[in-house]
Structures are given as structure tokens and as C-alpha cells.
Design a protein around this ligand. Structure first.
Ligand code: ASP
Length: 351
């Protein structure tokens, strides 16, 4: 087997995980809010308010997790994830890094709303320097609803967090018995519990009756293998998303240019396409030094460089198969390092 610093680091962490922490692994649960901490007044109604219960209530609601881990909870924020922000991302990621750097925990579980869970997961997947497990979990039904899915999801998340097989796999999302890579995961249904899918690639594994099964590894670079280190990131440049549709007008891009954004993601039609009106504005934007990345509103598939759109002529980049909201995160990080156009494009092919 070929070894390098990264695989050796995983090995060392794996040995200490099993050896030094021979009792129960220490898992820190960082709470951010969401429906998993939501509460309503009627068990039969889907009306509820997200982000109500504090972390201790979540941990006490699932006594089984205390049998498999020594748990500590911390409240990072208390928001519905529609209100997730870059400030909270930075606070969350820096805290996770600190917990690992100071050897205060063996794994981290993050409770999070489902609306933007994939974005937080992908951000962490790109900026954390660790091989230890980092698992995001949430719920589609509030804690007071009949058949609330939060307790089972939390039990599964802690089960994955304490399994040594989860090390070195990058950030993972555990929902509805599936384990999905942060790179691929996306929310696909507004209300169903079976909403998280792995884009075109499916889950990397599953959890059944307290047992973890991994089937696949992702090949895209993550955590310790990326160019981004949360210890050195304190702000991100402004990147916004413009949606493509029939007869789209240039107004949105004009407004973004006036507001001096550093980058624009075009959630284009089909293979990342845009109409002539958008195309003219995009050319002006890239000439003015704004990075424009073509993604797609379709939901799966790659956006092809220089096939239907001449990217050299428009000065555009392609997102590969990252959805627009994830392409935005990668572009923000790339721009924070002042990368060239060529290097930015390479990011989309490797991360
Ligand atoms: N709006 C909620 C949130 O993202 C939905 C959920 O958690 O399922 O916080």
C-alpha cells in the first residue's frame, strides 16, 4: 500500500481512537438549530417553529447515544438554516478545528437545519484540517411531530461518528439511515424524510441497527487535502447566484455589478447555458474582473467546458457537477486565496 503523510495521519488517528480512547469515544455535538430542534403545538400538524430546543434537550431525548459515546453539547447558533450565514460557518468551523487541534474530542456531530445543510457540509469539507469524523445531521419533522425523525437520525449520526471506518472520509451527512458525502449531498424534496440524495452518485454507505456500512469512497479532494485552512480564513468575498430561465433579463447581473461582487454563479438552463441578454452582461462582468462560473439549474450532470458555450470568449468557468449553491462556496474560497482563472477552474475539477 502506498503511504503518504495523509494516510499515515489517518493511521495514527485510527490507532489512538481505538487505543488511547479505549473506553467510550468522546463526541462533541455542536448545535446550530433547525427542525431537529424545532417544536410545534400539535403532534398531527406539520406547523412548527425551527430552532427552539437547546442542545441538552436534544441529547437527553436519545438516551441510547450515551451508551456509545461520552457526549458534550455546545450551542453554536439557534437558527433555521435558511438563516445560516458565513459568520456562523466561520465560528462553527473554527470551533471544530480548535476541538481537534487541542485534542478535546474524537469526533464532531453537528445538528443543523436541512434547508442549507449541504452548503455547511461542503464548506466544512473544504476547510477543516482533520481526518477525524465530522457528521452533519438534521430532521425533516419537528421534535413534537408524530414519527419525528430527529432522534433516530441523531442516534445514527453518533453511531457513524464513533466508527473508525468514518475516518478520512471527509465531512458526511447522516439522514434517514443513509450516509452521504458532503461533496455530493443535496436536498431533493421539500417535506419528505427521504429527501437527501447524493446527486448522481448515491450515498457512500448506510446505518442499520447501530451498525455502519460503507460501500464507496469519494475521489474528490477534501479536508486535509485541500488548499483551504479554516485557521487562516476570517472572511469570504461576495459571490452571488443568478438563475437562468426563458427570457431572463440582465437586471440581476447589472445590480450585482453595481454592488461590486467578486464572483457570480450562473444557475444556467440545461448544460449551464444562458440567453443573449445574460451573455452580454456576463462578458462585461468577466472583462471587469468578476469571476463568473456556469453551473446548472437542472440538478444533476456536469457542465461542459467550451461545448455549447465558448467559455474562452465569455471568460467563464464551469462548475463541473457542483450545484450552484456549492459552486458558490468553492468560488468564494478560491477567490479568498487570490487564485488565477486557470487555478480556479482546476478547483472545480478536483474538489
Ligand atoms: N427550515 C428548516 C431549517 O432548515 C428546515 C429543516 O430543518 O428541516 O432549519
Amino acid at each position: 500500500m502506498k503511504t503518504n503523510i495523509f494516510t499515515s495521519a489517518i493511521l495514527v488517528v485510527a490507532i489512538s481512537f481505538q487505543g488511547v480512547f479505549a473506553q467510550k469515544p468522546r463526541v462533541t455535538v455542536l448545535a446550530t438549530g433547525g427542525t431537529i430542534a424545532g417544536a410545534g403545538t400539535q403532534s398531527t400538524s406539520s406547523a412548527y417553529q425551527a430552532a427552539q430546543l437547546p442542545i441538552d434537550n436534544l441529547l437527553n431525548a436519545v438516551p441510547e447515544i450515551h451508551n456509545i459515546a461520552t457526549l458534550k453539547g455546545e450551542q453554536i447558533s439557534q437558527v433555521g438554516s435558511q438563516d445560516m450565514s458565513i459568520d456562523i460557518w466561520l465560528k462553527l468551523a473554527k470551533r471544530i478545528q480548535e476541538l481537534f487541534d487541542q485534542n478535546l474530542t474524537d469526533a464532531v456531530v453537528i445538528t443543523h437545519g436541512t434547508d442549507t445543510q449541504e452548503e455547511t457540509a461542503y464548506f466544512l469539507n473544504l476547510v477543516l484540517k482533520t481526518a477525524k469524523p465530522v457528521i452533519l445531521v438534521g430532521a425533516m419533522r419537528s421534535s413534537t411531530a408524530i414519527s419525528a425523525d430527529g432522534p433516530r437520525n441523531l442516534f445514527n449520526a453518533v453511531t457513524v461518528a464513533v466508527d473508525t471506518a468514518s475516518m478520512g472520509k471527509g465531512v458526511l451527512v447522516v439522514m434517514n439511515d443513509k450516509i452521504i458525502s458532503a461533496r455530493d449531498v443535496t436536498k431533493t424534496h421539500t417535506t419528505a424524510v427521504e429527501t437527501f440524495k447524493g446527486g448522481g452518485f448515491g450515498p457512500v454507505g448506510c446505518v442499520e441497527d447501530g451498525q455502519v456500512f460503507f460501500n464507496y469512497d469519494i475521489t474528490k479532494k477534501h479536508t486535509s487535502a485541500t488548499a483551504f485552512d479554516i485557521r487562516k480564513i476570517n472572511a469570504l468575498p461576495k459571490v452571488e447566484i443568478v438563475y437562468g430561465y426563458a427570457d431572463a433579463s440582465p437586471i440581476a447581473i447589472q445590480a450585482l455589478m453595481k454592488n461590486k461582487v467578486a464572483g457570480i454563479i450562473v444557475a444556467g438552463v440545461g448544460n449551464g447555458n444562458f440567453n443573449k441578454a445574460l451573455g452580454e452582461q456576463i462578458k462585461l462582468a468577466t472583462k471587469a474582473g468578476v469571476s463568473v462560473v456556469r453551473a446548472s439549474r437542472v440538478g444533476s450532470g456536469r457542465v461542459s467546458l467550451n461545448v455549447e458555450v465558448n467559455d474562452t470568449e465569455f471568460g467563464t468557468l464551469v462548475s463541473e457537477d457542483l450545484n450552484p449553491q456549492k459552486a458558490r462556496i468553492l468560488l468564494m474560497l478560491g477567490l479568498s486565496q487570490n487564485m488565477s482563472r486557470e487555478d480556479l477552474q482546476k478547483l472545480f475539477f478536483t474538489y
